[in-house]
Write a protein that binds this ligand. Structure first.
Ligand code: ADP
Ligand code: MG
Length: 262
């Protein structure tokens, strides 16, 4: 028996001759915040794409609890309890903030398009409940965002768009939340605020596990309980950031390369 929520065994993803993810083993514990770092092109987003069912692993297995996820379509993976955000925004920009969150709930709503046509009162009642729930969720994620819930998503500032993406992911009531570079394009102040929000979300939901791909070293140093380093598709380190940051291969692969780029 394992105590991991999510577990990867020998996960491999090939694109033609390129091995983007190479025999990666990992596990995520309940309530844990796991940071994933590594240079550009290391395979971090590909790892998320494989876990979330967008890509089909070339080899290896992913388990959510005892359930094997390989071969499951992305919408099923979401339904089983894995929600994610993307490196680039995927909001419905013309829809309101609230509607974007309601869309995130679709895996939990029972009424479909047919119900809306054939049983409009039931569908409407469910939608009203969803709107109430979405509003509560927004308030819990950010009071500032909640105050803007009737504005179209395109009018939000960058940091609030990120918050909305996180709120929408949480709307499916996941066991695992995967965030792909949530702080990208943000200044230090917004990054700090976002880090506090993620910490608060995690504290409000003791069972929620978070995987976060990050490049901002201040955030990586402070937020995750544990950090996994990927380089050329391989896991090269896994542990507390304070312990792994000084490892020569981590320095060389990531910190050194980044420092020399800066
Ligand atoms: P990271 O997120 O760590 O910056 P990615 O996971 O996006 O890196 O990419 C890892 C490698 O896989 C890169 O060389 C990238 O070009 C390649 N790659 C990612 N997705 C695809 C794809 N759909 N088709 C072909 N190559 C891809
Ligand atoms: Mg990426």
């Amino acid at each position: 028996m394992s105590t991991s929520v999510l577990r990867g065994e020998g996960l491999t993803m090939r694109f033609g001759g390129l091995v983007a993810i190479d025999s990666v083993d990992f596990s995520l514990r309940p309530g844990e915040i796991l940071g994933i770092i590594g240079p550009n092109g290391a395979g971090k987003s590909t790892l998320f794409n494989v876990i979330s069912g967008l890509y089909r692993a070339s080899a290896g297995k992913v388990f959510l609890g005892e359930r094997l996820l390989n071969g499951q379509a992305a919408h099923n993976v979401t339904r089983f309890g894995i929600a994610r955000t993307f490196q680039s925004s995927r909001l419905f920009s013309d829809l309101s903030v609230l509607d974007n969150v309601i869309i995130g709930m679709h895996t939990r709503l029972r009424s479909g398009v047919l119900d809306a046509l054939l049983r409009p009162s039931r569908a409407r009642a469910e939608l009203l409940m969803a709107a109430g729930h979405a509003s509560e969720l927004l308030a819990a994620v950010s009071t500032g965002l909640h105050a803007q819930r009737h504005r179209p998503a395109c009018e939000l500032a960058q940091a609030d768009r990120r918050r909305l993406e996180i709120a929408r992911a949480l709307a499916s009531d996941p066991k695992v939340l995967m965030l792909d570079e949530p702080s990208s394009g943000m200044d230090d102040r917004d990054t700090d605020a976002l880090m506090n929000d993620i910490r608060a979300i995690s504290a409000q939901r003791p069972d929620l596990s978070v995987m976060i791909i990050e490049h901002d070293m201040r955030l990586v140093a402070e937020l995750p309980h544990r950090v996994m380093v990927i380089d050329y598709g391989r896991k090269i380190a896994d542990g507390q950031f304070a312990d792994i940051r000084s490892m020569p291969r981590v320095q060389e692969a990531y910190l050194g390369r980044r420092a020399s780029n800066a």
